[in-house]
Design a protein around this ligand. Structure first.
Ligand code: ADP
Ligand code: MG
Length: 355
């Protein structure tokens, strides 16, 4: 170890800072996709079409039929911390929309070629803009960076090309397009189960049929049947549980004791955001051990609504980790409910076989 000669402290170039931040928010294509799905749902869309090439590294495109973006907003769309969703720190605690920090599009524009085509209901034409490093950019060198009027339907199409093109170490870390595509399909499936009233398709570029397709009017059970199969959908118990003391309510579907797979499938949404909780997963799996044969695991879809004042969503830019007050009590209440539902099904089954 050789000591460095002393140097003056300097501020990092803002572009370097932005690239570091982008790499923290978007580790793989699926993280960009999650943000884009949330944006489209925030915009009131009832149809989301997703197109993927090379596991999302070459192309990730999402077309929605939501409210669109006004032409005047295109200039600052990809500037970090620009958002139409909050304006004060206090707003953070009452936020009902998915995104809230105005970082997703900015980040994407720093590590990919981003194109936005959008039309509001009022606008006569759609507008198309290209972005690089947070700013409007020309489509080709020498052309104007100004948004161009094009023909188009109401809604927004976001095209992300060549993700990580300027982060070669990250780009090289991806070994398999198939793995990245599987993560994309998994995430799309989760939102397709959760977002009632919204239709989803997801397709690999060049393939004739969709890898996933859910109609806007499909019920939650239909959505689960479509994505996870009849084996799961035929064995579901509906779950509702709430407790004012802990400021939460939960609903969802869980499989009964007739169903068991090698690895459990846990779809968890907290305030309509797909998150992970290993604590909750472990507790629920523990609950099932008394009902399933050894090695059998459940399918769980849970939508939790927690008083936003009790949720700390500000822990990390990725927002994947969510903490809330009385976590233990909430988990216990959910597990108790699952246990009593499983026991009830067990009892009625015994009763049926006896009579
Ligand atoms: P955030 O979602 O946290 O506000 P984003 O960077 O994800 O930050 O998006 C910035 C803004 O762009 C949003 O606040 C929204 O106004 C607009 N926007 C992004 N995607 C869409 C979309 N699909 N439809 C309409 N508006 C969008
Ligand atoms: Mg967003």
């Amino acid at each position: 170890w050789v000591p460095r000669p002393r140097q003056r402290i300097r501020a990092l170039d803002p572009d370097v800072v932005n690239k570091i931040a982008a790499g923290e928010i978007i580790v793989a294509p699926v993280h960009a996709l999650k943000e884009l799905i949330e944006n489209a749902v925030d915009a009131g869309s009832t149809s989301l079409e997703i197109l993927v090439k090379d596991g999302g590294l070459k192309l990730l495109q999402i077309t929605d039929n939501g409210g669109g973006i006004e032409k005047e907003d295109l200039e600052i769309l990809c500037v970090r911390h620009t958002t139409s969703k909050i304006s004060t720190f206090e707003d953070l605690s009452s936020i009902a929309t998915y995104g809230f920090r105005g970082e997703a599009l900015a980040s994407i524009s720093h590590i990919a070629h981003l194109t936005v085509t959008t039309k509001t209901k009022e606008a006569a034409l759609a507008w198309r803009a290209h972005y690089l490093d947070g700013k409007l950019a020309p489509a080709k060198p020498g052309q104007s960076a100004e948004p161009k009027a094009v023909a188009g339907r109401q809604g927004t199409q976001i095209t992300v090309e060549d993700l990580f093109f300027n982060v070669p170490t990250r780009r090289r870390a991806f070994r398999s397009y198939a793995d990245e595509f599987n993560k994309i399909i998994d995430m799309t499936g989760r939102y397709a189960v959760h977002c009632k009233g919204v239709g989803f398709t997801c397709k690999k570029a060049g393939e004739a049929s969709n890898s996933l397709s859910v109609q806007a009017q499909a019920t939650v059970i239909d959505r689960i049947r479509n994505i996870y199969g009849g084996m799961v959908a035929n064995e579901l118990i509906e779950l509702t549980v709430s407790d004012d003391r802990w400021g939460f309510s939960a609903n969802g579907y869980v499989t009964n004791a007739n169903y068991g797979i090698k690895k459990s499938n846990f779809l968890l949404f907290i305030n309509h955001r797909c998150v992970e909780s290993s604590t909750m997963k472990k507790a629920i799996e523990q609950t099932y051990t008394g009902f399933l044969p050894k090695g059998g695991h459940p399918f769980i879809y849970l939508s939790l609504e927690i008083d936003p004042a009790r949720v700390d969503v500000n822990v990390h830019p990725t927002k994947r980790e969510v903490h809330f007050l009385n976590e233990e009590e909430v988990i216990q209440a959910i597990c108790k409910k699952i246990e009593s539902e499983l026991a009830a099904v067990d009892e009625s089954r015994t009763f049926l076989t006896q009579s």
